[in-house]
Design a protein around this ligand. Sequence first.
Ligand code: GLC
Length: 735
Amino acid sequence: MNADESDEAENPMENAGVAQPSHPLKIALISLHGLIRAHNPELGRDADTGGQIKYVLEMARELATRPEVGEVELLTRQIIDPRVSDDYAQLEEPISDKAKIVRIPFGPKRYLRKESLWPYLEMFIDQTLPHFKRNGLPDVIHGHYADAGYAGAQLARLLRIPFVFTGHSLGRVKRERLSIENGDEDILEKKYRFTTRCESEEFALETATMVITSTNQEVKEQYELYDHYVPARMEIIPPGVDLSSFSPPPAGWRPPESIAEVERRFFCEPNKPVILAMARADERKNLDMMLHVYGQSDRLREMTNLALIVGTREDIRGLPKAQQVVFEKILYLIDYYDLYGKIAYPKAIPQEDVPEIYRWATVSKGVFVNPALTEPFGLTLLEAGATGLPIIAPNDGGPRDIIANCRNGVLIDPMDAGDIEKALLRALTDPDQWEEWSTNGLQGTRAHYSWTQHVTRYLRDIKDIHEHSTAPSLTISTRKRRLPSFDRLIITDLDNTLTGDDEALERFIDLISHNKHVGFGIATGRRLDSAMELIEDLKLPRPDLIDTDVGTQIHYGEHLTPDRSWRLNMGFAWQPDEIRRVLDSIPGLYPQAEEKQSEFKISYEMDPTVSPSIPALKKILREAGLRAKVIFSLGMYLDIIPVRGGSDLSMRHVLWKWGFAPEHVLVAGDCGNDAGMLLGRTLGVVVANHSEELNRLRGRPRVYFAQAAHAGGILEGIEYYNFLDKIVIPNDGSE
Ligand code: GLC
């Protein structure tokens, strides 16, 4: 086995503070949930396929028009599911010349709602690494929403590429709102996975060099709730409206057939101004309020028609329950207020006719109204504005900025029917006012909300970040390197995983010694010196790889060659003195002996009955402005390590370097400091004597909980995956 020199292929520039030469930028956008396709996107098809999807597609398209951008990849999930189009199964789809969608398979093949994606994100990371290896590393990774925020941040940390984050909507805000509305925290947690989501957002914020937000309010009232909120890293760059599609009606405009049909089928007097409301069938969009306003106002009913465009449906009963409720309310209120002949609520409007709907309302001298209870952004308001249709919108985040920038309508209180009616009448009965708002909207949206504008500002920041970052350390080297001679690898923890059952350990050693095609690695919380001591005591074979100090040090082979690039990686944002200063005074934390401490590992013994909880400790560090990972093991050890350390990242680093497929690697452990490496696409084995911290990995794909304890559990896992022969993965998590 000659893994010894695998460290030779280093990038001489790495971390040397050398600025990047300017070359056309390669940008990786990541957006994982929903249905993303470039042609005829199915916006509004479900709760996960809405504004964000549109945002990333348009951003990718516009970025690719710039000369300074060489390539844009939009990474998302591959979906193979008869319930959705097979477009989502294609591994690649061009968006334009220099932009494409890349669909990465991970987790089950079927379509999943975003709350169900969490267990598979590690798999996404492991699948994306070989993609980057084949296609070249991006200069910047930009994660969208908490899921891609987490996954993108992990990739960025590992590859040392600048990371940009856009939350789109934030878990804390949603949790607060829903818990006021429905109260039961447990049910909400189960349904929305808030803990995981908010932790992922913290992780993304901690990693991000820049956070892109759309509005002022988003920064002040949303990001500010996070421990890792750093004002200096926030950039407010509102997204654009696709001005090529949302333009005013030309002279002599006639409605397309789909809209002419709406007029014929729904309106007795189609020549009246149209009050247009367009939103997903979501309770929070407050559409029933519009029916109350309209149903109770004689003047509005007399003067206008009302059009509700509430998303495509075939059979209302086939929709998710929450949407059914919205439709049932609407249908009931139409009947209750007897609005027949005055209100349109078509089952479907072809996507390409959406801009025409706004033109239709504009030509009729109508108004666009958005009665949503909260509106963080309000893309439809911009689309209306860009078409010349005055807007009426809730006095909340997005609309406040829009109306301040464009002065093309009024803000209303979405709970106050009288207020909404008054605003509507003002737009509908004063032609001068209507003209002014219409013109202001046309001009204001173009000046403030075009993708051209957005991307110009975005690239200015990105270029700045790029010029000040060093070359990614894992740049693919063409230099030859000696690969390890084995084709599979077992990496195991020492204490309590390998040790504890001497007879089973004998058998394990025997197995390693007799299978030369299997490499052997150790990953431990011990320091290198103490790990080597134990390895000798136990008469283990010399490991090909030894990962010590809780994933902060890596050495290879016979001569314990240190991994220099990994070492350089650790110093990032690491402030050990500050961390000690903060934690030494916390009750229930007792520093471990000096010989257990090391350069990148601060270790305590912890008495959880006295000390704050782990989340509380994390919060304490964050609030002190410190960035670090907090790892709890065996119910009593607390390790604080650098953000770029830990066995999850160290394992990936090694596999990347060696070009080793994760499914050829079996990892075994028993406690919290092993959790990182047990996730991901390697084949995990948890021995039966594991500690409580690992229970949260139950049910995760590729994590096998053995019946046998200690080395017996590892042997059982080897058998489970048929690891020595033709590997099978019964718990793959994809059907
Ligand atoms: C080992 C280390 C100790 C660490 C623990 C958990 O026991 O010696 O310092 O806290 O592992 O990672």
